[in-house]
Unconditional design. Structure first.
Length: 476
């Protein structure tokens, strides 16, 4: 985090709404307390008996955090957790009920599609009007107009009323304006989810430029991949309160952990007895190789995100000879070993790893689910689960962090995966234990190679083939 003065400082922030069942109750709440207070002043009634005709709903309660120049901070949480309310307060369009909010500098806020646009005006007229409202002078607007229009890339529609625009065109134009006003703080609430992949790439590239210039970026998204990739930190909200503030990778895992359902964790006593025999059969099947204890890192003292049903004991990364290794040549095989201890009986275990590059992009995530690994239907409490996963590091040169994790899923879903959608399978997975950024490995040049020094360009080496065909040009 930057040591410079914070551009956003929030202290004990709360926002309360009064909920009324009927419009009549709202009127009563407006009049009755005043009448009762007057009666109490004249000694005709007891002020303590004044009735309330509303319920209090706290959208936010007790939030405190800071955001510094050059930071990108994610705001995550389920619908109704208070994300949009928080952004509206930071943007100045909503007042808090209590607490302090200090915002320094110009704020560019894209809170909803076309906010601030007049549907009857053309795109050009809205650009000029919106930029003026956001604080740009006439000279600044004229100097940046062509750049804004080019970024929006909506062609001749710039001269048409915005009421004729699609939602994608709306967000293109709105983002183009907000991204070119030299703001100290840029706030974006889910708006980028509307654009196509080419526009999103352009937007994120622009956000990187804005952050590099020293501006702070607040990003609200339900896409955890975006949060992990683009945010330095994240704030996880749950029912209006801060559940976690920290690295975006850990925040994303806590988001899943906090809101997952538990359909797969209910194991009957009969299933436990069955799982005992399954585990006994499993324990008699040893792996052909397991590293020396010195190769392992103790995981019990590392932050683990879990529900208390299991924990990671230790893990190791080795080369093909079984030696502990953190530096590999491009294309070499890395072997991950990790052990978990079940503290509650679980259904089918799902274990695996995720590799992230230095930009926070998930470049590889795979495990027993994707390999369809043979496993017992139920695992009893007190079982040590040993995992070995081999990965060919056909990735670009650089440093990578890795995560290890254990989850569970019911046996019927696991056995019928081929007939289910990804969404259906994903919704039934219960995450038990995750170690975000458990370790580091580096991929460097191959010391000896055949052909080109690099096997490929870009993040990953995808399987495929290449062929030539040659023919002479026919003479006329």
């Amino acid at each position: 985090m930057s040591s410079s003065r914070a551009v956003i400082s929030v202290s004990d922030l709360s926002k309360r709404y009064d909920i009324y069942d009927t419009p009549r109750d709202r009127l009563k709440q407006l009049l009755v307390p005043k009448l009762a207070k007057a009666a109490a002043t004249m000694g005709l009634a007891d002020r303590s008996t004044i009735r309330q005709y509303h319920r209090e709903f706290w959208a936010l309660r007790g939030l405190s955090f800071e955001v510094h120049p050059g930071e990108t901070v994610g705001i995550i949480g389920r619908n109704g957790s208070g994300k949009s309310t928080l952004l509206q307060i930071l943007a100045g369009t909503l007042a808090p009920s209590s607490g302090q909010v200090e915002v320094e500098g110009r704020v560019a806020a894209l809170l909803e599609l076309g906010s601030g646009f007049n549907p009857e005006f053309s795109g050009k007229e809205n650009v000029l009007l919106n930029a003026r409202i956001l604080g740009l002078s006439r000279e600044q607007i004229e100097a940046r107009y062509d750049e804004i229009v080019a970024f929006a890339d909506i062609g001749d529609f710039i001269d048409q009323p915005v009421k004729t625009y699609s939602s994608g065109m709306f967000v293109r134009l709105a983002f183009a304006v907000q991204a070119h006003i030299d703001a100290s703080i840029v706030i974006i609430d889910e708006a980028l989810a509307v654009g196509d992949v080419f526009f999103r790439q352009k937007c994120y590239a622009r956000l990187e430029e804005i952050r590099a210039s020293g501006a702070a970026v607040l990003l609200v998204s339900h896409a955890m991949t975006d949060i992990e990739q683009f945010c330095d930190r994240a704030i996880l909200l749950d029912r209006g309160k801060v559940s976690f503030i920290g690295e975006s990778t850990e925040a994303a895992k806590r988001y899943y952990q906090l809101h997952q359902s538990n359909p797969a964790t209910t194991v009957s006593s009969a299933q436990v007895n069955q799982s005992q025999s399954s585990a006994e059969r499993l324990s008699r099947t040893s792996m052909d190789y397991w590293p020396q204890d010195a190769c392992f890192t103790d995981a019990t003292s590392i932050t683990q995100i879990g529900n208390g049903w299991a924990k990671c004991l230790r893990y190791a990364v080795c080369d093909s000879t079984g030696s502990r290794c953190v530096s590999f040549a491009q294309g070499e095989e890395a072997i991950f070993y990790f052990e978990f201890l079940t503290e509650q009986p679980i259904a089918v275990p799902l274990a695996g790893i995720v590799l992230q590059n230095e930009r926070g992009v998930n470049v590889h995530g795979k495990g027993s689910l994707e390999y369809c690994t043979s496993t017992p239907d139920h695992i009893p409490a007190g079982t040590i689960i040993r995992c070995r996963q081999k990965v060919e590091l056909k990735l670009e040169l650089g440093e990578y962090t890795f995560e290890v994790g254990l989850a569970t899923i019911d046996a019927s879903t696991y056995k019928s995966m081929s007939g289910l959608t990804h969404e259906k399978i994903f919704s039934r997975i219960v995450r038990l234990c995750h170690l975000p950024k458990a370790g580091l490995l580096a991929i460097g040049w191959r010391s000896m190679h055949e052909g080109a020094p690099l096997t490929h360009h870009g993040i990953a080496d995808l399987p495929g083939s290449f062929e030539y065909a040659f023919g002479a040009v026919d003479a006329d």
